[in-house]
Design a protein around this ligand. Structure first.
Ligand SMILES: Nc1ncnc2c1ncn2[C@@H]1O[C@H](COP(=O)(O)OP(=O)(O)O)[C@@H](O)[C@H]1O
Ligand SMILES: [Mg+2]
Length: 307
């Protein structure tokens, strides 16, 4: 399959000398939801702005729908819907007027049936004739999505769609994004919420200090880097891990009251049986045991530490 967005050796240095993007290479395929996950300042907005033609690349190239974002700017821009990070939606206009107007800006013929569908998709049809300034924050965000979809783009960029949004609205947004994908739109979103990437994306690109440090299917990422831990609550605290157990992946916590064994979920053998045998030989007794699986959050922190 041909990528719908193809980024090759992309670099961006801002005037003043800060290099915000370092040799980015990434292909994005039709119909996928890809999350660019990274902390504040990582370069996510810069990357999106560059693809959308708002920021100029210093070197490298980007194609959208097979066309160059600089040479064929108008063509590529019309394939793109952008929902920016900053909200600017206070207006006396109505959703109906403003979304139809946005479509016109891209030189598309009016299509009231399509705009109705978009407004229904984002659950704003009932509010179409209300003044925008009377809408709630969540509705304004959805209105921005409707505007971004007004000219039937193939690719939708959502820059931090739920930053500062409460948990309930965040879930609503996630459902909306999944519905949009069912319409065939490719979705590229940025987030610094791991949970959001985990919830929404098919693929996750981790970005830190202007570099993409990894791109992976979500499931594969979770599986590849996911480790499980066996947590044993000890009856008597240990001052140190006994010599005979030193070769195991063990860690003492809670002033020696907790012994934590980390094992690879992919390995043939977990090593738990032999660990328990060894504990018995050492007369180490425990009152409780439980297992935990590392979350994407822990994986992410680990990756950033290694980057
Ligand atoms: N217009 C600009 N001029 C100079 N530096 C900028 C500009 N915009 C962003 N930066 C810097 O580039 C880096 C990446 O910023 P940004 O792309 O906004 O990151 P993110 O969206 O991941 O938080 C940051 O260090 C930021 O301060
Ligand atoms: Mg940003």
């Amino acid at each position: 399959m041909e990528p719908v967005v193809s980024i090759k050796n992309l670099n961006k240095t801002y005037r003043g000398g800060h290099q915000a993007l370092k040799n980015i290479n990434l292909d994005i395929y039709p119909g996928e939801i890809i999350a660019l996950l990274g902390p504040n300042g990582a370069g996510k907005t810069t990357l999106i702005s560059t693809i959308c033609g708002i920021a100029q690349p210093t070197s490298g190239s980007v194609t959208v729908g097979g066309k160059d974002i600089i040479k064929d700017y108008r063509d590529t821009r019309s394939l793109i819907g952008l929902v920016p990070q900053e909200l600017t939606t206070d207006s006396f206009e109505t959703p109906w007027v403003t979304v139809n107007f946005s479509r016109g800006l891209f030189g598309k013929a009016p299509d009231h049936a399509y705009i109705e569908k978009v407004l229904r998709d984002v659950s704003l049809w009932e509010k179409r004739n209300n003044k925008i300034m009377t809408l709630s924050g969540g509705m304004k965000r959805r209105l921005l999505i409707a505007k971004a979809l007004s000219h039937e783009p193939r690719v939708l960029f959502l820059d931090e769609p739920t930053a500062g949004v409460d948990v309930e609205l965040r879930r609503e947004m996630w459902q909306l994004v999944h519905r949009l994908r069912e319409n065939g739109v490719t979705i590229i979103l940025t987030t610094h919420y791991i949970e959001e990437a985990e919830e929404m994306a098919d693929r996750i690109g981790v970005i830190a200090n202007g570099e993409i440090i990894l791109v992976e299917d979500k499931a594969a990422l979770m599986q590849k880097l996911g480790k499980k831990q066996l947590v044993l609550d000890l009856k008597q605290p240990l001052s140190a891990i006994p010599e005979s157990l030193a070769s195991q992946a063990l860690e003492l916590r809670l002033d020696g009251y907790q012994l934590v064994y980390t094992f690879d979920t992919q390995a043939d053998r977990t090593g738990i049986t032999s660990l328990l045998d060894a504990l018995r030989r050492e007369n180490i007794e425990f009152s409780d045991l439980s297992t935990t699986q590392s979350s994407l959050e822990q994986i992410f922190v680990q990756l950033l530490e290694e980057a």
